[in-house]
Design a protein around this ligand. Sequence first.
Ligand SMILES: *Cc1c(COP(=O)(O)O)cnc(C)c1O
Length: 365
Amino acid sequence: MTGTKKNIMLTPGPTPLPPEVLAALSRPILHHRTEAFGEIFQFVLDAMRRVYMTKNRVLMASASGTGAMESAVVNLLSPGDEALVYSTGAFGDRFAAILKAHGLSPTVISEEWGHAAKADKLAAALKQHQKTKAVFLQQTDTSTGVLNDIKALAAAVRANSDAIVVVDAVSSLAAEEFHMDDWGVDVALTASQKGLMNAPGLAFAAISERAWTLVQSARLPKFYFDWKTYDKSLKARETPYTPAVAMVAAQAEALKLIEKISLKGMWKRTAVLADYTRAWARKNGLELFATDPAHILTGVRLPDGVDGSSMLAEILREEGISIADGQLNLKGKIIRIAHMGYISKPDLDAGFAALEKRLAKVQAA
Ligand SMILES: *Cc1c(COP(=O)(O)O)cnc(C)c1O
C-alpha cells in the first residue's frame, strides 16, 4: 500500500536531504574528542562563516532553532534589561515568549501577519525606549512566508540606538540573500533543518564583537547554552558537551554542496522556485498570503469553503506529500508551500498536482 506513496516534503523544516547528506548520516559515529571529528567540526564552522557572510565567531550547539533563540536571550541579557521584539508572525511571538519566560518584559511591536516590519516604525519605537539593549527580528517569519528587510531594519537600529541587532535567520540562511557583516547584524541564529539541507538537531549562532561584550556581562541564568563555555572549547576544535556527531558530519556534506552550487546559486535557486510557485498560485486563482513575500516559502490563501487542514491530511495519507498548514488562527485557511534547501521543481509539481486535484473537486461540488 505504501509502495506507490511518494515521500515528498514541501514543509518549511524539516526539509528533504541530498543523498550525500543521507549517506553521511549512516557512517560510523566518530568520537567527538578526536582529530577526525575536530577536522570536520572546524570545516563546518569555517563554512558557516562563509554562509553567514561574516568574520565573526560562530558557535554550534546540539538543539533545534528554538534553542538557538533561547541561547541568544540568556547570553545577551541580564535581569531588568530592556529588549524590543518586532514580531511579524509566530516566530516573532516566540522571541517575546522566551524573553518573558526568563523574567524580562520586552517591548513588542508587530505587524498584521503577512506584512513586513517597517524601519521607520522600529526607529520610532527605539526613540521611545532609549535603554533597549537588544532588538529581536526574523529575516523570514515562516508562519506566513513574509520577508523582512534586515538591511534597512539593522540600519534603523544603528541610527537610533546602541542596541544590538539579533536576527533569527533559521528559515532563511543559505536560501535568502544575507550579509551579516555588511548589514550590521550582531547576532544571527540558524538551525540545520531548513536552508542548510541537513537533518534537524544543530543550532548555530554567529556573534559580533559588539555583542560579545554583552555576553561577557550578561547575568541571566544558563548552563547548557552558556556561549562562553562553547567559545572556550573552540581552540581544541570541540564542543563542551557531546554534540550530535552524525549531524555534524552530515552538515559538512551539505555545506560542501552549498559551496559547489555557490551561495549566490542557492539564493537564485530559491528565488526561481518561489517565482514558479507564485505563478502556479496565480494560474489557479489562488491569492498569495504575504504582501511582502519571502523566497523560502509561499503562503497561499484557500478559497472559502475549503478545509485546508483535512485536504492536507488527505494528501499526506493518500500520496505521501507533506505540505504545511497555516498556524494558529490561519489553520485551515492558508497552506504553506516551502521551496528552500533541497526541495526541487519535481517535488513542487507533485504537490501542485495533488492540490489541484482536490481543489477542482471542491470547486465542482
Ligand atoms: C523553524 C524556525 C525556528 C525554529 O524552530 P525549531 O522547531 O525549534 O527548529 C525559528 N525561527 C524560524 C523563523 C523558523 O522558521
